[in-house]
Write a protein that binds this ligand. Structure first.
Ligand code: SF4
Length: 468
């Protein structure tokens, strides 16, 4: 009789060929998908060739996914070179899943895609992975990016690894993992219209600190999580790493299954769930009615405060984008506040993927297909004075000096991104406040950090946006 296990323990046991596993055990597991991008891909390929030989072949060309996304819209030639290294490797190995930025050619700043529906390029890897059918419940995903944990929203084990570990998996299809203990965070009650998943995860990280979940699983649970869209659940699991978490997970439900059935590149997967007697190393419960819109002040994601307390903080810039805050539901939430108003500060909008960008053109601010005479999400944002860039990581990670939205001066910025360490978005003396798309949009309108309750009185429904 196997011991009662959590979802993470069950996934690791199944991939280790074991009946059960316990926290603290080291296990060899088979990996389902390995993902890399333009920043870490070249280094991973270099180590792979060094260790396995110049003529080595990857363990399974259909299970390696390469998604350039970080330094795309820049004239920096080193960034262009990285993409060429990926192209050469994909050709050499016959990899099936590669999403080329077909507009990066030669020298100078590449022009963004003319039509987001007609490019092989996808945008931010964590958003493109589910869109392109690479995430399934019960699987193990490794990625050379710390926010690979985002994929746990789909009920799988997903974690970031370094280039050396990734190179080992490239050659063998396996990895060695210590089974993490699980922390359970439950959210109860009706979801208030002024909150988003960003407020929930800032509440969690503010409580346990940036090291509070070190090498642990963060399990997000309760009717508050069930009420969220899959896209908003991705914001929760995305930021598990900001508390040091090994991975983050949400339960699989009908929303998950509908999305995966429609998109998956493989027909079968195994849904795992926590046993009723599963053990947790920490449990905490929140009453959603008592939570307020939150921000993380400079310079740490655990520097939690309420938006209301920060209402006298003047901002120079607002930024809506990244794998945390650049999804179509984030864009709709921002657009509902900005509709019919004008921003008071420079406001940069960066779609998380070309699919998000296409949806911004295709959908109205209720998340439904455009009808004659209606304005699209993109048009509403543009009419409010926002500047809209091409899908990519853009200024979330600072990037080269010519990156769209980069903080090249010591500005104060409110952002839907996930990290606010010094220099993260560019200038080392810039101050970044992390917040939900509602709080960022409300602040863009006033030029000060603004509690979105001043603007949101009823639930913001996002319709069909991001559903399947
Ligand atoms: S959007 Fe930001 S956090 Fe997400 S993968 Fe890109 S750089 Fe990392």
């Amino acid at each position: 009789m196997p011991r009662p296990m959590t979802m993470t323990e069950k996934i690791l046991a199944a991939h280790a060929g074991r009946e059960d596993v316990a926290p603290g055990e080291n296990v060899w597991v088979d990996v389902d998908i390995l993902m890399t991008h333009d920043v870490c891909g070249p280094g991973t390929i270099g180590i792979f060739k060094e260790q396995f030989g110049a003529d080595a072949r990857v363990w399974d060309p259909d299970r390696v996914v390469i998604i350039p996304d970080h330094y795309i819209f820049t004239s920096d030639t080193k960034c262009h070179r990285n993409i060429q290294i990926l192209r050469d490797f994909v050709k050499e190995q016959g990899l099936k899943y590669y999403y080329d930025p077909d507009f990066v050619q030669g020298e100078g700043m590449p022009s963004p895609y003319a039509d987001p529906t007609r490019t092989s390029y996808k945008g931010v890897c964590h958003k493109a992975l589910p869109e392109e059918g690479h995430l399934r419940p019960g699987e193990i995903l490794l990625g050379t990016d710390s926010h690979t944990c985002t994929a746990g929203a789909f009920g799988q084990f997903a974690t970031g690894v370094g280039n050396t570990d990734a190179a080992f998996t490239l050659g063998t299809g396996r990895t060695w993992l210590k089974v993490p203990p699980t922390m359970k965070f439950s959210f109860h009650g009706e979801f208030p219209p002024y909150l988003t998943a960003k407020d929930l995860i800032l509440a969690v990280i503010g409580q346990i600190s940036v090291s509070g979940a070190t090498y642990k699983t963060m399990y997000f649970h309760g009717e508050g999580i069930a009420a969220l869209t899959l896209e908003d659940r991705m914001t929760l699991t995305n930021m598990a790493i900001e508390a040091g978490g090994k991975n983050g997970v949400c339960d699989v439900d009908d929303k998950t299954l509908a999305y995966v059935r429609r998109r998956s590149t493989r027909p079968e997967w195994a849904v795992q769930q926590d046993d009723p007697a599963a053990e947790y190393c920490y449990e905490f419960e929140w009453d959603l009615a008592k939570l307020e819109p939150l921000v993380a002040k400079p310079h740490s994601p655990d520097n939690r405060d309420t938006a209301h307390n920060c209402r006298r903080v003047k901002i120079d810039r607002a930024y809506i984008g990244s794998c945390t805050g650049g999804k179509i539901t984030d864009m709709i939430m921002a657009a509902r506040i900005l509709d019919g108003n004008m921003v008071k500060v420079q406001t940069y909008v960066v779609p998380g993927s070309t699919e998000v960008h296409a949806d911004m053109k295709r959908l109205n601010i209720y998340g439904e297909p455009l009808q004659p005479g209606e304005r699209s999400v993109e048009q509403v944002l543009a009419d409010a004075g926002c500047m809209i860039g091409g899908a990519s990581c853009a200024a979330c990670l600072g990037g080269p000096h010519d990156t769209f939205g980069r903080l090249n001066e010591p500005l104060t910025c409110i952002s839907t991104t996930n990290r606010n360490f010094p220099g993260r978005m560019g200038h080392k003396e810039a101050g970044v406040y992390l917040a939900s798309p509602l709080t960022v949009a409300a602040s863009a309108l006033t030029g000060k950090i603004t509690d979105p309750r001043d603007y949101v009185r009823e639930p913001i429904l996002t319709g069909s946006a991001g559903v399947v």
